[in-house]
Design a binder for this molecule. Structure first.
Ligand code: HEC
Length: 119
């Protein structure tokens, strides 16, 4: 039993050739519009295109939980991002990145809260 488990772990390790660091495994996610993104660590955020860039920009100051607990329209998220820049000291995000983040948040963290964290 122990041997089987060890072999399995070894096989998994070998499969993750492109993993960054030893603990994180990379995966490619696709959404229903065919957009893809390579994800390596998005914490509790829903794994979908846009998650990695959102995680990277938004967890510099606080946990992603603060984001996952929100449900906003694209406009609502836009205002939150403006607020982060004007009041919280976040640097301006280049428009292309900002659009991706807003698309992601409005799709997966909208007012219907399809990915509200439950534990
Ligand atoms: C420069 C630091 C910084 C960055 C980067 C940052 N935030 Fe914030 N954010 C804050 C601070 C400070 C607060 C308020 C204090 C707290 O609750 O921790 C906050 C609070 C929030 C809240 C909670 C609002 C509420 O009503 O409770 C949300 C949602 C949020 N941020 C979203 C984001 C998103 C999305 C990003 C990435 C685009 C982001 N933040 C990036 C500093 C930052």
């Amino acid at each position: 039993m122990t041997t089987t488990k060890a072999q399995l772990l070894l096989a998994t390790g070998l499969a993750c050739t492109f993993a960054i660091g030893s603990a994180s495994a990379q995966m490619t996610v696709v959404d229903d519009q065919g957009r893809t993104e390579v994800i390596y660590d998005v914490g509790t955020l829903h794994a979908a295109p846009g998650a990695q860039i959102t995680y990277d920009y938004c967890t510099a100051c606080h946990s992603e939980m603060i984001i996952a607990q929100q449900g906003q329209t694209r406009h609502g998220w836009d205002e939150i991002l403006v607020w982060m820049v004007e009041e919280m000291g976040m640097g301006e995000i280049p428009e292309e990145d900002r659009d991706q983040i807003l698309d992601y948040l409005a799709t997966y963290y909208n007012p219907d809260r399809p990915h509200f964290p439950r534990n």
